[in-house]
Design a protein around this ligand. Structure first.
Ligand code: FES
Length: 108
């Protein structure tokens, strides 16, 4: 797993919202998004749905899940696994830690 990098401040993402992180910041080929569940918990997942060309950051975030805006598969924010069809493959998850006012990401 890579070194933790600061990707946002806690106040930058409201509960129920997500932020697409610049690939220059994450150093990844594919975009990663930072999700904040409605209870305030942060998660990071690859942004592109495993089923098609949809940005999960545009989805509905609630109760530990994000719902794809295109065909409504719900993915677990913690494990990236699809909870329903049509997607059958998980999206990659990444470790997130909150340190004071900073949100830190570890890609991997
Ligand atoms: Fe996400 Fe189809 S593109 S469920």
């Amino acid at each position: 797993m890579s070194e933790a990098i600061r990707v946002a401040g806690v106040e930058d993402v409201e509960p129920g919202e997500a932020l697409v992180l610049p690939t220059e910041l994450t150093g990844t080929d594919e975009p990663i998004s930072l999700f904040r569940d409605d209870d305030g918990t942060f998660y990071a997942l690859d942004d592109t749905c495993s089923h098609g060309a949809a940005s999960l950051a545009d989805g509905w975030i609630e109760g530990g899940e994000v719902e794809c805006p295109l065909h409504a598969t719900r993915f677990g924010l913690g494990d990236g696994r699809p909870r329903c069809l049509p997607a059958t493959q998980p999206v990659r998850t990444h470790a997130v830690h909150v340190d004071g006012d900073d949100v830190l990401l570890q890609v991997g």
